[in-house]
Design a protein around this ligand. Structure first.
Ligand code: UT7
Length: 318
């Protein structure tokens, strides 16, 4: 039986840190409101000329270095992003070129907003289990600051920029037990950037009906964690770490209560990263692997909700 497993992770955050105090000077908000309603204290913001691919490259290089592999041995690249450098080529193809990888299997982007990294992991898992892919690079990267309306307090205080990456390879033991990928476009109005290429009338900024998104996220996560455990034939008590999408501490707490996990078993980066969309889970994973909390053999539940709506989970042994 073939499985896929995470060999190494890498993360990158832009140098510039924006605190809640700075936002107080830009919009009618307060540090107290942001901390109490979301858990966010600061976020990283990409420099003027710094792009999603720039951040993805840094995260990917760190993951490849820690995996101790040659980049040429990677035979598939999937980048999850909603803020690609270009309409095309894909950020994955741009990244492939930066890493000096040539004609070595598929490279493509996935657009599932905050669920993007788990979607990408799910796709890679299928390719590794059922096809000839042996080693893949999965990246979640977003330059959210470039699609924020910095006069809209309902959204600009929530997001940050960054990239996270994982080298995933084929093995004979799990690895990834299961990934659950879900979507319901019925909710597309609640969270969107209402502008694109074929329909140009909207503005290229994040628009969100926050409390409706909040309610959906809590409900979706509550059902998904049980479905994920039952798909893998596992119990809540088997989970060592929850690595959730970092959108709102109150959404995370609701999932934690549902799982009956103590808060010490949850990887939280929200306070310093804000919501980095597709980067949030791989960044959190990387932080906890590097600080030694997540160790080889630990069972991890990853879960996310994002625009679409999309929602997704992965249960894996690190
Ligand atoms: O990653 C993708 C998924 N995204 C999410 O999961 C985000 C989900 N939603 C949320 O995290 C929360 O809904 C928010 C943090 C966005 C908002 O928290 P809330 O408790 O749902 O607040 P609300 O939207 O119901 O707004 C409460 C009040 C409103 O004022 P009134 O109408 O009660 O006078 C807002 O105008 O808070 C006001 N408000 C703010 N006040 C200060 C909204 N944004 C701000 C702000 N600073 N930045």
């Amino acid at each position: 039986m073939k499985y896929s497993r995470i060999l190494a992770t890498g993360g990158y955050l832009p140098r510039r840190i924006m605190t809640n105090a700075e936002l107080e000077k830009m919009v009618n908000t307060s540090d107290q409101w942001i901390r109490e309603r979301t858990g966010i204290r600061s976020r990283h913001i990409a420099a003027e000329g710094e792009s999603t691919c720039d951040m993805a490259e840094q995260a990917a290089r760190r993951a490849i270095r820690d995996a101790g592999i040659e980049s040429g041995s990677i035979d598939m690249i999937v980048v999850a992003t909603s803020t690609p450098d270009l309409i095309y080529p894909s950020t994955a193809c741009l990244l492939q070129k930066r890493l000096g990888i040539r004609n070595n299997g598929a490279a493509f982007d996935i657009q599932a907003v905050c669920s993007g990294f788990i979607y990408a992991l799910g796709v890679i898992d299928k390719f590794i289990r059922t096809a000839s892919v042996k080693r893949a690079l999965v990246v979640g990267a977003d330059a959210n600051s470039k699609i924020l309306d910095w006069t809209d307090r309902a959204t600009c205080v929530l997001f940050g920029d960054g990239a996270g990456a994982a080298v995933v390879e084929s093995g004979t033991a799990p690895g990834i037990y299961t990934t659950q990928l879900c979507a319901d476009g019925y909710y597309s109005d609640l969270l969107q950037v209402p502008c694109g290429v074929s329909r140009k009338e909207g503005e290229p900024f994040v628009r969100m009906r926050g409390s409706e998104v909040f309610k959906f996220a809590v409900n979706a996560m509550s059902g998904l964690v049980d479905e994920t455990l039952s798909a893998a034939g596992m119990q809540r008590s088997d989970i060592d770490w929850l690595v959730p999408h970092q959108a709102n501490e109150r959404i995370i707490s609701a999932t934690v209560r549902k799982l009956g996990l103590p808060m010490e078993r949850v990887i939280l980066t929200l306070a310093e990263h804000g919501n980095t969309s597709a980067a949030s889970i791989p960044l959190a994973l990387d932080v906890a692997v590097r600080d030694g909390r997540i160790r080889r053999g630990d069972v991890l539940m990853l879960e996310a909700v994002g625009g679409g709506f999309t929602w997704a989970s992965a249960l894996l042994r690190y």
